[in-house]
Design a binder for this molecule. Structure first.
Ligand SMILES: *Cc1c(COP(=O)(O)O)cnc(C)c1O
Length: 406
């Protein structure tokens, strides 16, 4: 990647590690078998490759290979966990607890469940983005079957106290699901040790290929089952039918093996770059705020609000050169502020002025230096053109200004 095109959007997707691609290539042509073909060598080769991939993925998260259900990605894993538990445990209850800051794949699955007679509590988070444990415990009723809390947030990088959450769930006999897509492969994630019973993750957020993900489903203490959402040949112990994506699984396995070996070194290097970026922007610009907890946070992410600068507009000043995400989402008619940042208590203005920087394994110091310069110039440029910024600098109390509508 040249410095004229800098990728700081690794939370959207990561580049595939070249070592992952090398491992996958033979499985497109030289070993084309279907892992379910049990009666010839092509099938056996494919099955062996799937077995190894499953072991590597399981090993990364301290699970038994039998506890890994391969899916098409974390969106499908989220759907399978939530809808699958809701259907499987309907006799026990119909109540699910989750957070307002969850990924859309969780929120929208919960909305569907509500349409089908489920009850869902969407908990507020604290100003730092972290769940209020007392509020969580108070929300549990005798109808609660599942708590769903993401391990790390995709917009802010905020990490939830999974052990404390698991202890509360254990005490009340409630299952715990976590969308750990942003955490797996980057920080140690061990669902069994912590007491998480189901967990979603995906290869393309950890330097593997797109279109392959997994759901961890605990097999012992407790033995958890989910109702299949895709029916067919009964693959994946009946929980997810469909011909296995052999090259994808090989790549996912390789990505998991690399992550396990390199996680500590990667995190150390990338967090130093993240800190350099963040502290340069905070010191060279006025009125910049870090969104979400600075301590309980993924090593590669910083989400910043640049007061009185519209994030989408700021992005346009450098998006030919630097890829980031803004805290606004384009819907059909308007620019909506991020619901995650709103849930943290940010006003619309600060939410609209936010930008997420997510660094990764392939980010270089040179790229960070170039990005700092372009960002500082971009923000200064936008503010120089902004009457609001001028008023702010002149000491006008913007809250008290009476705006006239035209
Ligand atoms: C990216 C992401 C997903 C979706 O994963 P896909 O594999 O693209 O379906 C789900 N949850 C979180 C937290 C994510 O960051």
């Amino acid at each position: 990647m040249s410095v004229s095109k800098i990728y700081l959007d690794n939370n959207s997707t990561t580049p595939c590690d070249p070592r992952v691609v090398d491992a996958m290539l033979p499985y497109f042509y030289n070993h084309p078998g279907n892992a379910a073909s049990r009666n010839h060598p092509f099938g056996w080769e494919a099955e062996d490759a799937v077995d190894l991939g499953r072991e590597q993925v399981a090993d990364l998260i301290g699970a038994d290979p039998k506890e890994i259900i391969f899916t098409s990605g974390a969106t499908e894993s989220d759907n399978l966990a939530l809808k699958g538990v809701f259907e499987m445990y309907s006799r026990k209850g119909n109540h699910i607890i989750t957070l307002k800051t969850e990924h859309k794949a969780v929120i929208d699955s919960c909305h569907k469940i509500e349409k089908q007679g489920g009850e869902v509590t969407y908990l507020d988070v604290k100003r730092d983005g972290i769940v209020d444990l007392e509020m969580l415990e108070a929300a549990i009723t005798d109808k609660t079957i599942l708590v769903s809390v993401m391990w790390a947030n995709n917009e802010t990088g905020v990490i939830q106290p999974m052990k404390e959450i698991a202890d509360i769930c254990q005490k009340h006999g409630v299952l715990l699901f976590s969308d750990a897509t942003q955490a797996v492969g980057k920080i140690p994630v061990k669902p069994k040790e912590v007491g998480v019973h189901l967990m979603a993750f995906t290869a393309h957020k950890m330097y593997g290929p797109k279109g392959i993900g997994a759901l961890y489903v605990s097999r012992k203490k407790p033995r958890v089952k989910v109702t299949a959402q895709i029916d067919g040949g009964g693959h994946e112990r009946g929980m997810r039918s469909g011909t296995l994506n052999v090259p994808g699984i090989v790549g996912f396995g390789k990505a998991a093996q690399l992550a396990k070996a390199e996680m500590t070194a990667d995190a150390e290097r990338v967090s130093a770059l993240r800190n350099k970026l963040e502290s340069a922007l905070l010191s060279q610009l006025e009125e910049v705020y870090v969104n979400g907890s600075k301590d309980e946070r993924m090593p590669h992410v910083t989400n910043l609000s640049f007061k009185h600068v519209e994030g989408e507009g700021l992005m346009m000043t450098f998006n030919q050169n630097i890829a980031v995400s803004s805290g606004s989402a384009c819907t059909s008619a308007s620019l909506e502020p991020s619901y995650v940042l709103i849930a943290l208590g940010l006003g619309d203005d600060l939410a609209h002025s936010s930008i997420r920087f997510s660094l990764g394994r392939f980010t270089t110091e040179e790229e960070v230096d170039v990005a700092i310069k372009m960002l500082v110039d971009g923000v200064n440029h936008m503010r120089a053109l902004s009457p609001i910024w001028e008023m702010y600098k002149e000491g006008v109390d913007l809250e008290s200004v009476e705006w006239t509508a035209h």
